[in-house]
Design a protein around this ligand. Sequence first.
Ligand code: HSE
Length: 311
Amino acid sequence: MSDRVKAFAPASIGNVGCGFDVLGLCLEAPGDEIEAWLTDEPGVKINSITGDDGRLSLEAEKNTAGIAIASFLSVTDQSKGVTFDLHKKMPFGSGLGSSAASAVAGAFVANELFGRPLTRQELIVHALEGEKFASKSAHADNVAPSMMGGFTLARGEEPFDVATIPVPAELRIVLIYPHVEINTSDARGIIPTEVPLKKAIRQWGNVAGLVTGMAKSDFGLIGRSLEDVLIEPHRAKLIPGFEELKAAALDSGALAFSISGSGPTCFALTYNEHLAQAIGTAMGNVMKSKGIDYTLYHSKVNQEGPKILTS
Ligand code: HSE
């Protein structure tokens, strides 16, 4: 048990193309940091928030990390309280799982402060409480990879079921974040709530293909399966230059390309560092030609998930 802990929780790719609300991939960076300490007064308090341009409330019950910590305390030790500093180190509304990263950092750091009474898997439901507040929906496709690391399946909530799927060690992820903001609840509002059986069959074939391809390091199968016929066609319209970005990535040798979470960040997969650089350059050139500011991220799959920075 430690009186003060600082921790980092990583960004993640929700959906991973075809796995809407169930598949997720943990990234090395960016991510959020929380420094928290125990107090004699029960309850959760936020001492400060940096990196949010004043957009987040200092009321713990309106903050994804604060809600996650309160949920953790409700099942563990309520005799003490937790106060924390939140350092937002990733953009809002980017599709990189920003709200999930804060919630994961909160639940993770609280667990460390109390001597690790819960497993990472058990912490997910508490982080999910924070995610629910931020995106008005209880999907765990960002919280699960951010907490567990790796490539995850959040199969369902009742019972809550999370599994980690092996990925090829060579896998490289190139992400491009066009500097426009997309609110997850808005991006969920434009998706049809019913799907034709024919498309559903294609989609679940793709999910099974992607999981199998990852587990067997079958890059051809990964490339063919990472196709989203249900959600991407609707959300692509919200992302400036989406079709050009996709063409640029695939023409540069990417195995696959899709939207990260609810966008606007898009990601491409490859197994080769040299190709990763070429894909990033090609996608950046699309944004430059349109005069849109952007950020590129290069990552391997982060197998570690959240980590302690100091304690
Ligand atoms: N699965 C979620 C979505 C991820 O696509 O709406 C974003 O929170």
